[in-house]
Design a protein. Sequence first.
Length: 504
Amino acid sequence: MADAAAPTRVLVVDDTQDDAVALAFELGRGLKGIETRWAEGADEMYAAIAEWHPHCVLTDVHMPRFDIFAALARIRAAWPLLPVVVVSGLVGEEVAARLIKAGANDFVAKSGVSRLAMVVERELRDARQRAEQALLEDRLRRQQSLFDRVLEHLPVGVWLSDAAGSSMYANPAALALRDGPPGAANAGYPHRRGRWADGGAALTPADWPAAQALREGRAASAERIEVAGAGGAPRVILNSAVPLQDERGQILGYFEVDQDITGLHSTEQRLRATERLLRNLSLRLLDAQEQERRWIAQELHDDIGQGIAAMRFQLARIVEQSREDSAREMAATALTSSQQLGDRLRQICLGLRPFELDAFGLMAGLRSVVAALAGRPGLALRLHCIGAELRYPPAIETAAFRIAQEAVGNALRHSGCGAIEVRLAMAPQHLVVTVADDGGGFDVAAATAADAGAGHLGLAGMDERARAAGGRLALRSGAGQGTTVEATFDLDAPNSHASDTTPR
Ligand SMILES: Nc1ncnc2c1ncn2[C@@H]1O[C@H](COP(=O)(O)OP(=O)(O)OP(=O)(O)O)[C@@H](O)[C@H]1O
Ligand SMILES: [Mg+2]
């Protein structure tokens, strides 16, 4: 009955209309909202069931050209849930039992039709329940088949195992990810073999996420694990396990998921190897550049610088000793030019690599940079050192020097600042170089984004140099707040050489 307000349709099958009317009357006395229809024989009955869709059929047994057993068989085949109540006067108990066996829902003797309303009401209620149950079962079946189809085609391995680790279910993707003799797939996690994909060590049974899920009762996701896939080919999987618990928290088993990430893992490894290669290459280039700069500065200083010094000495002597005015004047002019040439050469050497850096250390190298900038109008440039001046490994001194040089250069070129402070905090275990300006500041995130203009390499270079020397770089800046660049080198860090640190 789909609608409570709609009448309940009852089909009465009887060869005598008076009997049919009497039955309908009897029914109407006991039940509300009943609509009846009369069928005289078998054909009328089938037609009425097919077209009128009664909720219940009341049928007589003995009618001309009517075989009750054949009728029941046909009704059960075509309308399995339709209640059929047999109403008859002339059958014994044995026949009544056979009728029930053949598919009648109940039997009511004509002598006891007062029961009829109650029987029909009960049959209608039972039929409703059967229909609801059939609907639920059908829905469940459809959900189950959908679930099966999803699992069948899911490119992710799914396992369902009991608390001992024995597998109760595995989808095709799960089986394809495990190699081994038939039946081995059923073996629980304690019998599984796998290695950590990053590192290569074999997993112990307790390492498997399934073991953790069973032990701790919570979902466990793994690092990457290398297993032997179908045919023994190594596959890398992401394996996770979720415990299955009853309402009291008792662990009944676990649900395991294997995601095949073999392709992703190898691409990542190749990418990491390429990154390492590029970094090494860039370090070599930086190193070669520093060596070349050091060599050129040295050559210029020792060779050309000495030549200029000798020339100046000679010119000074000519100025002193020449008695001819014009020759003295020309020599004085040449002396001035050679002095300017010497100054320029010193500046070039400083720009390349101040020899003070190698000879006396970081503080001395930076002092020469600051000295070269001294006297710029409107700029207060301060350099100071917290703690005793120390020497650090050449790689750290060079990195720190270049970072400070770039940071000062950036402040001068971009910030519009009035003051720059270069601060060195020197201790045996660490070195911190800070360059702070009071300029306009900038958006660090935008300037360091991967797609920031290709022509700007200073910030990336500072970071690269700091990391290459085992340190780290921090940048703080914001509109109107000035900029602070801070490079920190910890000497007990694995990449550093603390033992080289010596006080001056
Ligand atoms: N101290 C600063 N104050 C204001 N803006 C800055 C400062 N330092 C960097 N910037 C901004 O960040 C950008 C990137 O700096 P970066 O040093 O990477 O490149 P660049 O100085 O422009 O070029 P180069 O490759 O020659 O160093 C600069 O163009 C500038 O806009
Ligand atoms: Mg720059």
